[in-house]
Design a protein around this ligand. Structure first.
Ligand code: KIV
Ligand code: ZN
Length: 518
């Protein structure tokens, strides 16, 4: 007899912990697009940001709270009155809101970072949870660095937080130090020893410093955790967070092992992965589970033969179940506006205005004139590009001409619109891309340092669009720009300009975990 499975809640923190990754910062519009796609993916909770970090973060959480109705929208707050107030205000328009408040509990964090006694830390936690309950009934508490905290102290602070009104208790392995058996045991011990543990959902939040984030999260689920905090593509600080797609598919594929399941629409996994990778400029490694380009590719002849005869011989999941099948040729030069909009809607894009649609459709027609097979990946990069171009920006690429000759330095002439006026400059360099970047830099005079330059092709074939990522650093601030075009030098120029716009646009937000709790 089939028994009813318990629900495992998926708490996505791509927009908060994921965004804390150096260079992964997203613009207001990009955050909204990711949030809408997470809603399509049917995540239970979207951690939309840290409202006290900056006015920009506050506005983004507020806008997401207004726009998303089918997932709970959550805001992070350190355990202090101002942060909790900011989170409450940002979440005010949400149909379903949650405040996530945290304070560090490990001896090293309390002593070195907070400079507070354990008693003061408990008092702070209780006060923050109580204050948060004044804004919403749905409050989550995290003892930061729980993975290195004293078990008795954890029991004490968690019991107090639940008494104060926390309905979710999240156990972070903040520095990715734990191993699965130990982390599962920690969750089991806490649930067994805390008298009011039954009044809260236990959650796992694991970082991937030792490559164990997913394994630790799954061990926690086996020990009774019913929420997992994770990110798309495992994005996150340092080595990242637990990857959403791996957790969801592990639990679903191994139904025989897990007595719970999620409500995720797995066919949206690949489109979401593409969207996040395109926006952040963090590529997905080809051999990444579930969403890597090779995850379902069978190269060895023996495997191919097996898969053709009976796919279960070598495949434990079906590519189409996680959204890969969607990446087929869908549109061409004769496709109209309705088909274009319809396909993008399927991929999770909705245009904010007719103007935005017109701009994206014009780009589509331009692309279709030069490339007769348009794949979903082409469409996704095209709308990302159209949205970046539409965003209020300081610099816009107007023209680019390059000349290369074997054995000679390359030359580029670039025209850029700067604050409404056009400026043209020439550059010389070791190749067309270098020359182009030098020309742009001589116009922008940003003084930034190029940390990373990456090129990949969006689809197969020599007429594929090239996708370029550029990472710039200035005074400790890191930004990623991206651009796509059939011509990789033009794609590179677009990416560089996109990064410059981010560099000039964004404020330096407060990092929640590096700053004091006050
Ligand atoms: O890793 C961590 O401890 C966190 C907390 C803010 C939950 O991200
Ligand atoms: Zn974290």
């Amino acid at each position: 007899m089939q028994t009813m499975k318990e629900r495992l809640l998926i708490f996505d923190t791509t927009l908060r912990d994921g965004e804390q990754s150096p260079g992964a910062s997203m613009t207001f519009d990009e955050k909204l697009r990711v949030a809408r796609q997470l809603e399509n993916l049917r995540v239970d909770v979207i951690e939309a940001g840290f409202p006290a970090a900056s006015p920009g973060d506050f506005e983004a959480v507020h806008a997401i709270a207004k726009s998303v109705t089918r997932s709970v929208v959550c805001g992070l707050a350190r355990a202090n009155p101002r942060d909790v107030e900011r989170a409450g205000a940002a979440l005010e328009p949400a149909a379903h809101s949650r405040i996530h408040t945290f304070i560090a509990t490990s001896p090293i964090h309390m002593r070195e970072k907070l400079r507070m006694s354990p008693h003061q830390v408990v008092e702070r936690a209780v006060a923050a949870v109580q204050q948060a309950r004044g804004y919403t009934d749905d409050v989550e508490f995290s003892p930061e660095d729980a993975g290195r905290s004293d078990l008795d102290f954890l029991c004490r602070i968690i019991e107090a937080a639940i008494d104060a009104g926390a309905g979710t208790v999240n156990i972070p392995d903040t520095v990715g130090y734990n191993v699965p058996e130990q982390f599962g045991e920690l969750i089991g011990e806490l649930r067994a020893r805390i008298p009011n543990a039954g009044d809260a959902v236990f959650s796992a939040h694991c970082h991937n410093d030792l490559g164990l984030a997913v394994a630790n999260s799954l061990a926690a689920v086996m020990a009774g955790a019913r929420q997992v905090e994770c990110t798309i593509n495992g994005l996150g600080e340092r080595a990242g967070n637990a990857s959403l797609e791996e957790i969801v598919m592990a639990v679903r594929t191994r139904r025989d092992v897990f007595d719970c399941d999620t409500r995720i629409d797995a066919t949206q996994i690949v489109p979401t992965s593409r969207l996040v990778s395109g926006i952040t400029g963090f590529p997905v490694q080809p051999n990444k589970a579930i969403v890597g380009a090779n995850a379902f590719a069978h190269e060895a002849g023996i495997h191919q033969d097996g898969v053709i005869k009976a796919r279960e011989t070598y495949e434990i999941m079906r590519a189409e179940d996680v959204g890969w099948a969607a990446n087929r040729i869908v549109l061409g030069k004769h496709s109209g506006r309705a088909a274009f909009t319809e396909r993008l809607k399927f991929l999770g894009f909705e245009f904010a205005s007719d103007e935005e649609l017109d701009r994206a459709f014009a780009r589509f027609k331009e692309l279709a004139d030069n490339k007769h097979e348009i794949f979903d990946d082409d469409l996704q990069s095209l709308v990302s590009d159209a949205a970046s171009a539409a965003a209020a920006s300081r610099f816009a690429l107007k023209n680019l001409e390059t000349a290369s000759q074997l054995g000679q330095p390359a030359a580029a002439t670039v025209t850029v619109e700067v604050d409404g006026g056009e400026v043209t400059a020439r550059g010389q360099g070791n190749g067309a891309v270098d020359a182009t970047f030098r020309a742009i830099e001589s116009i922008a005079e940003s003084g930034s340092f190029l940390q990373l330059y990456s090129v990949s092709s969006i689809t197969g074939g020599s007429d594929a669009q090239g996708e370029v990522g550029v990472r710039l650093e200035r005074d400790g601030r890191i930004v990623n720009g991206h651009g796509a075009d059939l011509d990789i030098v033009i794609a590179s120029a677009k990416a560089y300009i996109n990064a410059l716009n981010k560099l000039y646009d964004s404020e330096m937000p407060v990092h929640p975990q590096l700053a004091q709790a006050v």
